[in-house]
Design a protein around this ligand. Structure first.
Ligand code: HEM
Length: 454
C-alpha cells in the first residue's frame, strides 16, 4: 500500500488495528507492556488510533532505521516524554529537542570518549569489589538483586561522574527514584485522555516530594562546587563550564540539575536492572554460568580483575547482551512526528506518535529463533554479523542513541566478573517474575538469589 497522508480519516489511509480504550488505559496504569498490541510480536509495523491520534509501532529493523536514524530530524521526544519525565529531568539532554538538546549532548560528549572511559575502569572494578566484600560479610540469606545492583551502579555513577557525590544518601535517593517512577503509568493514561497534568492520581504527592528531594540533593552538590570553586575532571565541572557555541550562554543551576538528574537516573537504574536480570538468568542456566566463570578465570589468570581484562571478557558481553535482549532495561521508546516523512510504503503525518517497542523487537518471531529462549551464543560475532543492526537495540538508535552505552557495557562486565569470581549463584525454579514497565523494566516480584562462595 502506498499510503497518502490524510490525517482526517486515518482508517482509510492506514490498516488500523482495533484497540479497546479501557484495556489500553488500564494496562498503561498497571503495566504499559500489556498495552502493546499483541501484533507487535509478529508484524513489522502496527497502526492504531487511540486518543484521536495515529500511533505507529515499528518492529521491523529497517523501518526503525528509516525512522530513528534517517528521519531523526522529523521527530521530537513528544508530549508523553515531557509529561512523564519532565517534572524530574526538566529540559535536560534526555528530554529536550533541537538546538537545546544538541549543545547539551556536545557539552558532555567528552566524558564518554573511549580514553576517558578507560580511566574510569578502576573505579568501576573497585565498586564491584565493595559489593563483593559486603556479600562476603553477609552471605547467608538470599540476595535481593535489584536493590543490590542499584546500589552498586549508583556507587559507580556518583563515583565516576560526580567525584563521589559528597555524601549523597544512596538509600534515600533510591527510594525517591522508585517513588517518582511508580505512578508514571497514570501519567501516560491521563495524557492519552487529554486530561491536564494537575489532575490528582494515586502516588502523585509522593512523586512530587521525591522530585523535590532529588533536585534539592543535587542542588546542594552544585552549590558546594560553585562555592569551593574547585575544578574537577568530572561531569559536574563539565556541565558548570559548558557554553552554548551559538550564544556563549552557560547553564544555570536548574539546567545543571536537569542534566545531573538525567545522568544519575538514566545512568544507574538501567544497568542495574540489566544486571539483575542477568544474574537471575545465570542462576537458571548453570552451563552458561560455568562457561562465564571459565572465561573470567582464563582472562584474569585467577587473579584480581584489572581494567585491561574487561575488553577481553567477550562471553560476559554476550551474556549481558542476551539478558538485555529478553529484558531490555528501556523497553519502549517513543517519538512525536513533527514533520511528515515517509518510511517504507507509508507517509507518516505530523502529529503521529511513533513507538519502538524494543521489548517486542527483541522477541519478534521474524527476527529471532525461539525468541523466549536464553542463549548467549546469539551474540557470537559471526551470528551477530548476520543480523540486521537494529534487530538488537537496547540502547536505542540514531542521534539520540544512549550516550552511556559503552560505559554501561564496561561496568556491567566488570561487575559480573568481580562477583562471579567469588560466588556461584543459584536461584529457585519458580517461573521468572513478569517484567513490568515503570519507564525502565522492573520485575513484578523481587529477583532473589542464593550465593555460594567458590
Ligand atoms: C544497560 C544500560 C542502559 C540502557 C539499556 C540504556 C538505554 C537507553 C536508551 C534506549 C536510550 C534512548 C532513549 C530514546 O531514544 O528515547 C538512552 C538514552 C540515554 N542514556 Fe542510556 N541506557 C543505559 C545506560 C546509561 C548510562 C550508564 C548512562 C550515563 C552514564 C546513560 C545515559 C543516557 C542519556 C544521557 C541518554 C539521552 C541521550 C540523548 O537523548 O542524547 N544511559 N539510554
Amino acid at each position: 500500500m502506498n499510503a497518502s497522508v490524510n490525517a482526517a480519516d486515518l482508517s482509510q489511509t492506514f490498516p488500523l488495528t482495533p484497540r479497546s480504550m479501557p484495556h489500553v488505559l488500564l494496562s498503561l496504569i498497571r503495566n504499559p507492556l500489556d498495552a502493546l498490541p499483541p501484533e507487535v510480536f509478529t508484524e513489522p509495523v502496527v497502526f492504531t488510533k487511540v486518543g484521536g491520534k495515529l500511533r505507529v509501532y515499528l518492529t521491523d529493523p529497517e523501518l526503525i532505521y528509516q525512522a530513528l536514524v534517517r528521519n531523526s530530524d522529523a521527530l521530537g521526544k513528544g508530549e508523553d516524554v515531557r509529561r512523564v519525565l519532565g517534572p524530574a529531568l526538566g529540559n535536560g539532554i534526555l528530554t529536550s529537542d533541537g538546538a537545546h538538546w544538541k549543545w547539551q549532548r556536545q557539552s558532555v560528549a567528552g566524558a564518554f570518549r573511549h580514553e576517558k572511559l578507560l580511566e574510569l575502569q578502576p573505579a568501576m572494578i573497585a565498586a564491584a569489589g565493595r559489593r563483593r566484600d559486603l556479600w562476603l560479610a553477609d552471605k547467608n540469606g538470599p540476595i535481593d538483586l535489584c536493590p543490590e545492583m542499584m546500589r552498586t551502579t549508583f556507587d559507580i555513577i556518583v563515583g565516576t561522574m560526580m567525584s563521589g557525590g559528597d555524601g549523597i544518601d544512596v538509600d534515600k535517593v533510591e527510594r525517591n527514584i522508585t517513588n517518582y517512577l511508580k505512578p508514571t503509568g497514570w501519567k501516560f493514561a491521563l495524557g492519552l485522555l487529554g486530561l491536564p497534568e494537575w489532575m490528582p492520581h494515586p502516588g502523585k504527592e509522593k512523586a512530587r516530594s521525591a522530585v523535590a528531594f532529588l533536585r534539592a540533593t543535587l542542588g546542594a552538590v552544585i552549590a558546594e562546587r560553585r562555592r569551593s570553586g574547585e575544578e574537577r575532571s568530572d561531569l559536574v565541572s563539565m556541565l558548570l563550564g559548558a557554553a552554548d557555541p551559538e550564544t556563549g550562554r552557560q547553564m544555570n543551576d536548574e539546567e545543571v540539575i536537569d542534566n545531573l538528574m538525567t545522568f544519575i537516573t538514566a545512568g544507574h537504574e538501567t544497568t542495574a536492572l540489566g544486571l539483575a536480570w542477568t544474574f537471575h538468568l545465570l542462576a537458571r542456566h548453570p552451563d552458561c554460568q560455568a562457561r562465564l566463570f571459565e572465561e573470567i578465570t582464563t582472562v584474569t589468570g585467577g587473579g584480581p580483575l584489572l581494567g585491561e581484562h574487561v575488553a577481553r571478557l567477550t562471553y560476559a558481553r554476550q551474556v549481558f547482551s542476551e539478558a538485555m535482549r529478553l529484558y531490555p532495561p528501556a523497553p519502549i521508546i517513543s517519538r512525536a512526528v513533527v514533520r511528515e516523512f515517509t518510511i517504507g510504503a507509508h507517509t507518516i503525518p505530523a502529529g503521529t506518535i511513533i513507538y519502538v517497542p524494543i521489548y517486542a523487537v527483541h522477541r519478534h518471531a521474524d527476527l529471532w529463533e525461539e525468541p523466549q529462549l536464553f542463549d548467549p551464543d546469539r551474540f557470537e560475532p559471526e551470528t551477530a554479523r548476520n543480523r540486521h543492526r537494529y534487530a538488537f537495540m537496547p540502547f536505542g538508535a540514531g542521534p539520540r542513541v544512549c550516550i552511556g552505552n559503552a560505559f554501561a557495557m564496561m561496568e556491567a562486565v566488570a561487575i559480573l566478573a568481580v562477583l562471579l569470581q567469588t560466588f556461584r549463584v543459584t536461584g529457585s525454579n519458580e517461573p521468572s517474575p513478569k517484567p513490568v514497565m515503570k519507564v525502565t523494566l522492573r520485575p513484578m516480584h523481587p529477583l532473589t538469589l542464593n550465593l555460594i562462595e567458590r
